[in-house]
Design a protein. Sequence first.
Length: 114
Amino acid sequence: QVQVVESGGGLVQPGGSLRLSCAASVSIFSFTAMAWYRQAPGKQRELVARMLPGGQTNYADSVKGRFTISRDNAKNTVNLQMNSLKPEDTAVYYCNSSPSTLNWGRGTQVTVSS
């Protein structure tokens, strides 16, 4: 089973930036749609950004224009560049396929607060 490990989270002030990274145990990104999800306390997990094998991207309305998903097939990583962060972006961020068929990783905590 493919394993994913997320990293790059942290504490950042509103308006700041973070770059998350997701590493997979095997090379799947070139033929599997991958996505970043997030789950805030007391809320359901939601899809934030998705990249299809051909490179097309989709974003949740709440992050459109601020977040950018990318991948590096050679490094087996999927990244999420997050700019202009807001307190409502605070959540644990996960990566998985889309639809989510892989084992969930531990995620990485993003906290946006002054």
